[in-house]
Design a protein. Structure first.
Length: 216
């Protein structure tokens, strides 16, 4: 596997950044302040990885667009109320990314976050210099559609056969499949190991840092 791929594309939340529980609480708070049924953690996790608008429509079927805007506003306010920094990365992730880059891999991010939110996250974790490119659901189609991966492959001139998607959600793995790329699941985020394995990734790791032994 060490010579098989040129481009490694990472999801952000739940893959590199330890934020899934806080996202769940923020989604629940958005529901609470808008008088909607509060989703249980399993339901909330099921939409993580989608664009925030699609996540809200998924959690609250039939909700009108104006209420979705209010849901997003409360979600973002609550999410941003928590101080985060480099220590919010999963342990060992920063070193892993540095090792992968030194080994010659091109690195990218494909995330359901908005562009400003991702750039802020890259800034506070001091990791922006480690990535060659990134795409957000705000800029193109949300996962599991393949657009983010296809655009990254095109920008970085890497074929689908030489691209590996690493993610913690079924939406990540479905996106990879739809783009014709291989994937590795990590069971430290939104979906369980069994849920990820059902989509037949190359591997399912417990923690993202285990990737180093596979690729370096």
């Amino acid at each position: 596997m060490k010579q098989r791929f040129d481009l490694l594309v990472f999801d952000w939340d739940g893959t590199l950044f330890d934020s899934i529980d806080w996202i769940v609480l923020s989604l629940q708070q958005a529901a609470r302040e808008n008088g909607l049924p509060i989703p249980d953690p399993s339901a909330a996790k099921s939409v993580i990885g989608l664009s925030i608008a699609e996540a809200m429509y998924g959690l609250f079927p039939g909700v009108e667009a104006s209420r979705v805007e209010r849901l997003i506003e409360v979600y973002r306010r609550h999410y941003e109320s928590r101080a985060m920094g480099a220590d919010s990365l999963f342990a060992g992730v920063s070193g892993l990314l540095e090792r992968l880059r030194e080994a010659g891999y091109k690195l990218a991010v494909a995330t359901g976050k908005g562009r400003d939110a991702l750039q802020h996250a890259l800034h506070i974790t001091d990791t922006s210099h480690l990535f060659d490119a990134w795409r957000t659901a705000e800029e193109t189609a949300s996962k599991p559609r393949p657009d983010m991966l296809l655009q990254l492959m095109d920008e970085l001139a890497v074929s689908a056969e030489r691209t590996l998607m690493i993610g913690d959600s079924v939406h990540d793995l479905r996106m990879a499949r739809n783009a014709g790329a291989e994937s590795i699941g990590v069971a430290c985020g939104a979906n369980s190991r069994d849920e990820l394995l059902a989509l037949e990734p190359l591997l399912c790791l417990e923690h993202t840092v285990e990737l180093g032994a596979m690729l370096v």
